[in-house]
Ligand binder design. Structure first.
Ligand code: FE2
Length: 244
């Protein structure tokens, strides 16, 4: 048991090793200077409603929600890819029925969002959002196109490495985790403050998908594998903000 700032006793849980998660304040990632908490966090107890409230069930998901290349009249531009993996808990057990959501820029590095006004073309056949539920083995699968790198004005000549944002919901909407998936071999890694806000090298590697010949579909799409571990020694580093 450990004591919080409110004096409540809470059960202990498997903590992530030091350096495997990004700090709230990472000055090179400029917006953390304003949003990082300046006072100790206060634990708010969950009420019954938050834990037992309705979830987005399987019947709410559309047939093509997992396929970002088939949500419009035509196909989007770019390299078609399959991104799949498993969601695992800290003991390596699969997490079934987790809602996995993704959002990303198009192949030219532009989000279909009014805030993104950088001069790269929008793609009328690509919204860049998808979702699915994990299966009994914790598995998920998306079909999409490889996102482009994009500039983000954090510092002079700042470009984000290509990435896909991931959000996971557990058994309640209060159980949400957010992270980013990167692609192997990206030359922008050493220059990216968000990627490098995770101190531990091995933990940074866990944010990088691996090219997966077995997930590659001949004559059709390259495959990438990205397993997400929720907690513990092998935990996937989390992204405290989801705006970049
Ligand atoms: Fe992004």
């Amino acid at each position: 048991m450990s004591e919080t700032t409110t004096g409540r006793q809470v059960p202990g849980y498997r903590r992530d090793p030091p350096g495997s998660q990004p700090p709230y304040l990472f000055p090179d990632y400029r917006s953390t200077r304003l949003r990082a908490p300046s006072r100790p966090l206060v634990l708010l107890p969950h009420t019954l409603t938050e834990v037992t409230g309705p979830l987005l069930g399987e019947d709410r998901l559309g047939e093509l929600d997992h396929d970002l290349t088939r949500q419009h009249q035509g196909e989007p531009h770019g390299q078609r890819i399959v991104v799949s993996g498993r969601v695992l808990d800290g003991d390596g057990r699969p997490v079934p029925n987790a809602l996995v959501e993704v959002w990303q820029a198009n192949a030219a590095g532009r989000y279909a969002h009014e805030v993104d006004q950088h001069p790269a073309p929008l793609d009328p056949n690509f919204s860049g959002v998808g979702r699915c539920l994990t299966g009994a083995d914790g598995g998920y699968r998306f079909v999409t196109v490889r996102p482009g790198a994009y500039p983000w004005r954090n510092h002079d000549n700042a470009w984000r490495p290509a990435h896909i944002h991931f959000s996971l919901f557990g058994r309640a909407f209060t159980q949400r985790l957010v992270t980013q998936m990167y692609f192997p071999g990206d030359p922008l890694f050493p220059l990216d403050p968000i990627f490098n806000s995770v101190p531990d090298e091995a933990a940074r590697q866990r944010m990088i998908a691996r090219f997966d010949p077995d997930a590659t579909v001949p004559e059709w799409a390259l495959g990438y594998r990205f397993d997400i571990v929720l907690r513990g020694r092998d935990a996937t580093p989390l992204d405290e903000e989801d705006d970049r």
